[in-house]
Each structure stands twice: as C-alpha cells, then as structure tokens.
Design a protein around this ligand. Structure first.
Ligand code: X90
Length: 279
C-alpha cells in the first residue's frame, strides 16, 4: 500500500492526482455561516459574501477527529500542516498521529509542520509524491521531504491585512499601513513560521520588483515556483512573466487560493512558493 499524503486545506490543494491524497478542511466562519474549505465550496461566492458581512469573522482548524478520518484506518501516512505558530492544525494532526499509532503500532505516521502555508506546502506535497512514486522507504521519504522544506520559501504580497490583524495573526498597527490606497505589503514566512513584513511597495510594478528582489536574496535560481492568487489572475500572470524574463528555466504554475488562504490573503493577494535549488 502506497504511503498516503494528507494536507490541511491551507495548501490550496483539495485534490491531487499524482498520489494517494486527501485534504482536511479548515473553516471560515461568519455570524451567518460556516464555509468548509473543500471541493464543494464556491470560493468566489464566499468572497462575495465576505464583502457584505459585518461583525466578526474568523477561521478554525481541523480537529483531531477530522485528521484521524483523513489518515484512515491503515497504511502509512505523511501529513503536512500550516505553520504551528499561527494555527492549531499541527497540534491536532500530532494528536491524531499519537492515537492512531497507539491503536496500530505497526503504522508509520509522520506529521510535518511546514512553518509556512499555501504554495510552499504545495511544493512539498509534489515532492512527496515523487519520492513515493520512486518507491523509497517511509523513513527516507520523510527525511527527504523535511530536507526539501529547508530549500523552499514563501513570499506573500497582500493588498489588505485586515483579516490577519483582526484575528491576531499580525500586529494591528502594521496592518493599518496596508489600508492606504495602492500600498501592498510584501513579506515572507519567517523561520519561526510567522509573518515577516519586508516591503511596502506602491503599485503592482514595484510589488513585482520587490518580490523578485526577495527571491534573488533567498537564492532562487530558476527552479519551481507555485503562485496562488485570490481573484488576481492578471497579477499572477504578470509576476510569472517577470520571473521567466530573469530566470528562463523557471517552472511556474498558477492556481487559485481556496477558502482559508482567500480569507487571509484577501482579494488581490498573491502567495508565492519557490525552491532555491533546481530539481
Ligand atoms: O487555525 C486557523 O484558524 C487558521 C489560521 C491561519 C492564519 C494565517 C493564514 C495565512 C494565509 C496569508 C499570507 C501568508 C502568510 C505566511 C505565514 C507563515 C495567507
């Protein structure tokens, strides 16, 4: 039985054909409704609802039971979660692992804290699928996936930090800056798995320059890039072109954010995952 990959839905990958795979949904919660981040959800409909909603909105991570369900009753599993410094998803997955291993001591279950989210998780999932397809033993797959994570990075470029600030994931004062017209906030997932804000470019062109300067500084040299966007296909495409112009070998894929990342990255938001090696 092939090793199963399980991710929480913050990876934006709700299905993945290249492996035995399932995604555990996070939830976006408003006073009226709860949106489960799964394939049945109309994400654009949710975003339209969020524009109209007043009052508190928030999110919640999968619980232990949901992780257990996704990890299944048998076989080996490698799970990957959103950063444990911003969400309880990792703690819930670790508890599920502990319970399942107690019930079936012969199972191998690993949980990787991405210390990141979105397209950086996507890169690791794709890498896991390749390692599994190459029939490597469990310990080797886990070891190589963790090693790969040291060579992947996440940059975000956001037009609003409102939902992040309101839910205590960034400082309120910093978030106010982003409210100014045309200002974008460019930052990275820090080594601790928190948001590290770097630049405040004005306008899309400067934002792209800023993103490229961070990529260069972090050692990007023309490998894989995954760009997730929230209602910003044009921004994602223009960024992909700018990357290819400087790095002709870049292997870039563009996708849409699903519910959780759409809620926090907000409209216009871009999340860029990339590797600093050429694989
Ligand atoms: O448990 C929960 O309710 C989920 C909380 C998630 C909080 C943050 C999600 C951020 C998503 C924003 C840009 C990238 C940030 C990178 C941080 C390491 C998207």
């Amino acid at each position: 039985m092939a090793i199963k990959i399980v991710s929480d839905s913050s990876s934006n990958l709700l299905s993945f054909a290249a492996a035995s795979y399932s995604a555990v949904p996070l939830k976006v919660i408003t006073k009226e409704k709860e949106y489960s981040d799964d394939a049945a959800l109309d994400v654009e409909g949710m975003i339209a609802d969020l524009r109209k909603v007043h009052g508190r909105t928030g999110t919640s991570c999968p619980n232990v039971f949901e992780w257990r369900e996704a990890m299944g009753d048998d076989g080996d599993v490698i799970a990957i979660t959103i950063t444990s410094n911003l969400s309880g998803s990792y703690a819930a997955a670790m508890q599920a692992k502990k319970e399942l291993e107690q019930e079936s001591p012969d199972r191998h279950i690993a949980v990787i804290d991405s210390l990141s989210t979105g397209p950086e998780m996507q890169l690791v999932i794709e890498h896991l699928a390749e390692l599994i397809a190459a029939d490597k033993p469990f310990s080797e797959v886990e070891r190589e996936a963790r090693a790969y994570l040291a060579h992947t990075h996440l940059i975000f470029c956001l037009q609003s930090l409102e939902n992040l600030a309101r839910n205590g994931r960034v400082n309120l004062l910093v978030a106010k800056i982003a409210g100014a017209l045309g200002i974008r906030i460019v930052g990275i997932a820090s080594a601790e798995g928190t948001l590290e804000l770097l630049h405040k470019p004005r306008g899309a062109v400067r934002a792209r320059e800023s993103i490229l300067s961070v990529m260069r500084k972090q050692g990007y040299q023309g490998g894989r890039v995954r760009i997730a966007h929230c209602l910003n296909e044009a921004g994602a495409t223009a960024l992909a072109e700018a990357i290819r112009k400087e790095f002709p070998t870049a292997q870039i894929e563009i996708l849409k954010t699903t519910a959780l990342c759409s809620f926090y990255a907000e409209e216009g938001g871009l999340m860029i995952g990339y590797e600093d090696i050429v694989s």
